[in-house]
Design a protein around this ligand. Structure first.
Ligand SMILES: [Ca+2]
Ligand SMILES: [Ca+2]
Ligand SMILES: [Ca+2]
Ligand SMILES: [Ca+2]
Length: 319
């Protein structure tokens, strides 16, 4: 989250803390869909930013909003087909992603996400054995439906996942999200490989709303694990040794905790948080406008030159 003018300073940080110092701390009128594991919406540093489906009354056993899902208050668990999107300490990856997007800022505890005030919603499709493409499609369409039928201001989904070959059905779902004005921000993958040569999905889907994110280190290098691609990856963002929220098992209970993770999964939510921040300031900006502003505001970075479309890294403050 550091930047050139923070203490400590790190020019290779996302510059989010510079944006905060300039008064850009987000507003809660923006929703982000997390397509991942579930996330710990009761976490001490996430609960303030836990979004709820406004059309659904929780706990009454009735599908109030008519989307076919009963009591989908915080989202839906497509992996287990139930309404508990948080199922314990195994939902650590999703919780880590959530904290980078929208850990509550300025509350004196834990971490701060790029977007201090945001509404997070969950479409869980990853479980202990991964997830299926069929459930990924349901997860993408879940948010598209919430936006189209309820007018919820969902500006982007965070997709810190990958695997499987090309799926026309998944591409069609991403296109439906595109038509609904929802950006699809995707991890480039962790195989140290070139996505132009070997396609990585979903980050390689050729739909206008897709933004593919590589990972950089705190010294500005391409992370050793990170995929890249001069035409198939858009930009870099911090993804090595990222400290964020996790659930922790302790004495038979699950409590709020923090941990450092590595991956393009961790780079991606920096971009998603930045998109949320931009959307909160530029109310009504279209997905195309947001993407264009994002990609034109990067900081040129030698390690990313020729390795991604922009040749640069996320700069939250100039975005
Ligand atoms: Ca429902
Ligand atoms: Ca209900
Ligand atoms: Ca569940
Ligand atoms: Ca905090």
């Amino acid at each position: 989250m550091y930047g050139s003018a923070t203490t400590p300073a790190n020019q290779f940080g996302s510059q989010a803390a510079v944006a905060w110092a300039n008064g850009k701390t987000c507003t809660s009128n923006v929703y982000i869909g997390i397509i991942d594991e579930g996330y710990m919406y009761t976490h001490e540093d996430l609960t303030t930013n836990a979004g709820v489906n406004p059309g659904e009354i929780g706990g009454n056993g009735v599908d109030d909003d008519g989307n076919g899902l009963i009591d989908d208050t915080y989202g839906w668990d497509f992996a287990n087909n139930d309404n508990t999107v948080f199922d314990g300490s195994s939902d650590d990856h999703g919780t880590h992603v959530a904290g980078t997007i929208g850990g509550k800022g300025g509350n004196g505890i834990g971490v701060a996400g790029v977007c201090w005030n945001v509404k997070l919603l969950s479409a869980k499709f990853l479980g202990s054995r991964g997830g299926t493409t069929a459930n990924a499609i349901k997860a993408v369409d879940y948010f598209t439906d919430l936006k189209l039928r309820h007018g919820i201001n969902i500006v982007a989904t965070n997709n810190s996942w990958g695997g499987g070959g090309f799926s026309q059905a998944l591409q069609d779902a991403i296109s439906r999200a595109n038509n609904a004005g929802i950006l699809f921000i995707a991890a480039a993958g962790n195989n140290s490989s070139n996505n132009d040569a070997t396609a990585n999905y979903p980050s390689n889907y050729n739909v206008a709303n897709v933004i593919a994110v590589a990972s950089i280190t705190n010294t500005g290098g391409l992370s050793s694990f990170s995929n890249y691609g001069a035409t198939q990856v858009d930009l870099g963002a911090p993804g090595s040794d990222i400290y964020s929220t996790v659930p922790v098992s302790s004495k038979g209970k699950v409590i709020s905790g923090y941990a450092s993770y590595n991956g393009t999964s961790m780079a991606t939510p920096h971009v998603t948080g930045a998109v949320a921040l931009y959307a909160s300031i530029n109310t009504g900006a279209t997905a195309a406008t947001i993407k264009s502003a994002l990609l034109s505001s990067v900081t040129a970075t030698p390690s990313l030159s020729g390795k991604c479309v922009t040749g640069g890294r996320l700069n939250v403050n100039s975005f």
